[in-house]
Design a protein. Structure first.
Length: 304
């Protein structure tokens, strides 16, 4: 899909955000914050862009939407979704925050497809005034039909100023080979894998070892799927640099003025305290009154 073709599917809303049209569906961007441990505090340092489909103004589960897509449309919808995230990040997110956007390796069948995707991104970033280094290209777990094409694609992305993340790492042999091949700057640990390890001493020791090994290679680790408050304690004790999950903040539809959020001290909790509210980030208001962050939030991560 060319840049001009992408624009034909994009609508600029009155609030300054952008949405997409694909057949009977309206596609909107939701951003989920990613937090970093910083001297006893949690700070928002990045957001992940996630697509949220609607039909007749009713939300459609992303998994249902993507499962119904013909294979021939998958690349175009992914390109459209990524474009929406870039445009909405430029319009809504703090300028210092990074943006994670997903890339499905299975749709990059040859080098020409990869080259077009990179050129489209550069054009969009140039027109929206975003620095490419703010963008983290997150390679999802789907298999690529050509590892050589994927590796070359990643190398060109990096040469153009983008950073690389590998998603859903679970310490399988295929995951380890993917790290060796792509040499990412960031690795996101699979939520189901870390949840199985967090509850035991040996599991925590393994997580510490993996985090340490990656750190020695200059790789930053992100723990995904933090859905219970006690898991934050394990994440911090393992040495993970960043965390993401429902216990902190859910994906939220644009527009929202994220620049109004401030950090408060990080309080680590136990399993027994998991039922208590956890509020690492609140909104500064006048008169002072805290509200739970991201009230329009919903949905799990599915799709680009």
């Amino acid at each position: 899909m060319s840049y001009q073709s992408i624009l034909a599917h994009i609508i600029r809303e009155d609030d300054g955000t952008s949405s997409g049209v694909w057949g009977p569906y309206r596609l909107r961007t939701a951003f989920q914050p990613i937090f970093a441990f910083q001297e006893g505090r949690l700070s928002i340092v990045a957001f992940e862009g996630l697509v949220r489909p609607f039909r007749d103004n009713e939300p459609v589960p992303p998994g249902v939407f993507f499962a119904a897509l013909p294979a021939i449309d998958r690349l175009n919808v992914e390109t459209l979704s990524r474009t929406l995230h870039l445009l909405n990040a430029a319009a809504c997110l703090p300028r210092q925050a990074s943006l994670f956007v997903n890339f499905d390796p299975s749709v990059f069948l040859d080098r020409s497809v990869a080259s077009t995707a990179i050129q489209d991104m550069k054009t969009i970033l140039s027109r929206s005034g975003m620095d490419p280094h703010r963008v983290v290209c997150e390679v999802t777990e789907q298999k690529s039909p050509s590892q050589d094409t994927l590796r070359s694609f990643v190398e060109v992305l990096r040469a153009n100023g983008f950073r690389i993340a590998v998603d859903d790492y679970g310490a399988d042999d295929s995951d380890i080979e993917r790290i060796k091949s792509l040499k990412p700057e960031i690795v996101k640990f699979d939520a189901h894998w870390i949840s199985r390890l967090m509850g035991t001493g040996p599991g925590l020791a393994l997580l510490r070892t993996m985090v340490s090994l990656f750190a020695e290679q200059g790789i930053t680790t992100v723990f995904e799927g933090i859905e219970e408050n006690w898991q934050l304690d394990f994440a911090e004790r393992s040495g993970a640099r960043m965390v993401q999950g429902f216990a902190l903040a859910r994906p939220e539809l644009v527009p929202t003025d994220y620049s109004q959020f401030r950090v408060t001290p990080l309080l680590l909790v136990t399993r027994e305290q998991a039922s208590q509210p956890y509020r690492p980030v609140e909104v500064a208001q006048s008169p002072p009154a805290a509200r739970r962050i991201f009230p329009k939030s919903f949905g799990r991560k599915v799709g680009p």
